[in-house]
Design a protein around this ligand. Structure first.
Ligand code: GLN
Length: 196
């Protein structure tokens, strides 16, 4: 199985590193030819509005959308979660996504950059231990469709528990960044459960 990491903007190098810890030599994807060579894709954290605009410039926006709709396994962290959501709240005007997961995410839900934090989250489907979760200007999930499995929740600044890790079939998304920790359980779950 050939795994790609969308390498237009954001922390794609960290995802390549996390995958290599899982014995997978990932390919950086910027062009259609690279997209065509992979079986699964990781969309990094970063800035979703920039990822959209660069994906259009590099002419991979529609091709990625089509591959997702055709069943390619994809994991998105943070901005990557936003890119996989069917709907966004607090979006930049006209902001598009690749879509695929029937969720509504709120961008920058936990606050501004300065409100970034780390915490342990429980996600029994992914790991028997807690997962170290780093939230950086993270989204949370506000609405979940009936086919979406909630893998982890976290109580937001509004005192309400929100989904922060979700799966819908071949698509996985986390509001946090496992790629910048040395906990590889989310990447392993993606490779071993979502991609198979
Ligand atoms: N707030 C960013 C966005 O809207 C996501 C931040 C992140 O990926 N760490 O895309």
């Amino acid at each position: 199985m050939r795994v790609g990491v969308l390498a237009l903007q954001g922390d794609f190098r960290e995802h390549v590193g996390a995958l290599s810890h899982c014995q997978v030599q990932a390919i950086e994807v910027r062009r259609v030819s690279e997209l065509e060579s992979i079986d699964a894709l990781v969309i990094p954290g970063g800035e979703s509005t920039t990822i959209v605009s660069l994906a259009k410039t590099f002419e991979v926006f529609e091709p990625i959308k089509k591959r997702i709709a055709a069943g390619m396994p994809v994991y998105g962290s943070c901005a990557g979660m936003i890119m996989l959501a069917n709907q966004i709240v607090a979006a930049k005007e006209g902001q598009e996504t690749f879509g695929g997961i029937d969720i509504t995410v709120r961008r920058n839900a936990f606050g501004r950059q300065i409100d970034s934090f780390e915490s342990d989250v429980i996600a029994p489907a992914i790991s028997n231990s807690t997962i170290r979760a780093v939230f950086i200007r993270a989204p949370w999930v506000e609405k979940v469709g009936k086919d979406v499995e909630v893998l982890a929740t976290y109580t937001g600044t509004d005192g309400v528990s929100h989904a922060v890790a979700v799966r819908q079939g071949h698509l996985l998304a986390t509001a946090f960044h496992p790629e910048i920790t040395d906990d590889y359980s989310v990447h392993r779950y993606f490779l071993e459960k979502v991609c198979k």
